[in-house]
Design a protein around this ligand. Sequence first.
Ligand code: NAP
Ligand code: HSE
Length: 432
Amino acid sequence: MAYNIGLLGLGTVGAGTVDILLNPEGRHPLLGDLNLYRVGVRDLNKPRAVKLPDELLTTDLEAIVSDEAVDIVVELIGGLEPARSLILQAIAHGKHVVTANKAVISRYGDEIYDAANAAGVYVMLEAAVGGGIPVINPLKQALGVNRIQSVIGIINGTTNYILSRMQQEGSDFGEVLVDAQSLGYAEADPTADVDGWDAADKIAILAALAFGGRVKREEVHCEGIRSISAADISYAQKLGFRIKLLAIARRDPSPDAIDHLQIRVHPTLVPLSHPLASINGVFNAILVEGDPIGPVMFYGQGAGAGPTASAVTSDIINIAAILKTETEPIPHPLLSCTHQHYCTLTRVEELESRFYIRLIAKDRPKVIGHLGMIFGEHGVSLESVVQIGFREDLAEIVIVTHETREGNFREALAEVEDLEEIDTVPSVIRVL
Ligand code: NAP
Ligand code: HSE
């Protein structure tokens, strides 16, 4: 049984999604049940990252969402309108919907979910928060039995990239923003990102799921990072903090405030020991605390064609799985174990890795030369060799290799251990 996909948008995420749909090998077998039926764009003549047959493309998006043959509408055009209207029309025509559109869901989620519930269709939005990071479905499913106490995230990659570079380079906001725009990390109009609106959309969605109640997006307190200076970052560093744009949602602890949530987005000094302090660059991370599970952290790429398409396509196969089990009396393909064959595991000698080795050697000429020669003869290239200390007439040497086949490395190491000038080899550790 094939399920027809009506895709709205063939930009960054749309193209990434098509790439997964058209290349199902080695991925979940349910992808084989999906058929890319029609793709809606604004401009038929635009050069595309993916080449599709002309007959698949159309500028008539309303025709896609009302086409009887379409089973699942995937909305990847972004913005408020016509995205909102197209989603509502798709629902009215009995289509399931997958969207990455946090702006629409955070503002019109109530209208959209009321319509979907009435029509008996699903609206899935894994890609709307955290790009490729699976956090929506875990909140709905695996974490669903917990009483969630807080959701705290770095959920905007652009601002985290800018703050990380300000931290590393001691630069001011303005100069890093200009550079981030020229490198394509920040949009030409960066307002939604740097003023915190994008993060506010996302935390409103996460809070609604975590705390089981609708959230009015316009009530979310929101401050951006434009006022953060190099001096702030430097002082914060001296005091043991990193400055991060955090999106925070908590249940209000006061006993007379049942069902009250604290939701806000603002720059925050995060203690260096906190797990979110070390999230750098365009990466996102979301820390969820629940009872009884305790802290759980989700980390990964919060944007980009591939990661976001991964989340979009996971929603598509979730819907396909539901459609399939409704029509065929088979176990739910995503919840049951369907594997029956054994995989072949690679022998450890064949694995490729870098290695850290700490050696104690006699402190005399040619020792490092001998080591380099032996490793080189076995095809093991050395990335760094450092003599880091002395013990009487012995020297402590640390070597890090480049990536190498483990079998070659072990043969070389056996020869090294036999060298007369090597006293001991206290540590050999693989390096990621
Ligand atoms: P994009 O690159 O700008 O692509 C938008 C696509 O939609 C284009 O193909 C465009 O057609 C089409 N489109 C836009 N308005 C249209 C209209 N009125 N009629 C017909 N077609 C229209 O956007 P994107 O970056 O892929 O983002 C898509 C969605 O994913 C947004 O909701 C965004 O917030 C969300 N998202 C994006 C990322 C990311 O990394 N980019 C990450 C997470 C979530 P043309 O190509 O003909 O112009
Ligand atoms: N503009 C967003 C960000 C893209 O910088 O994180 C993903 O929603």
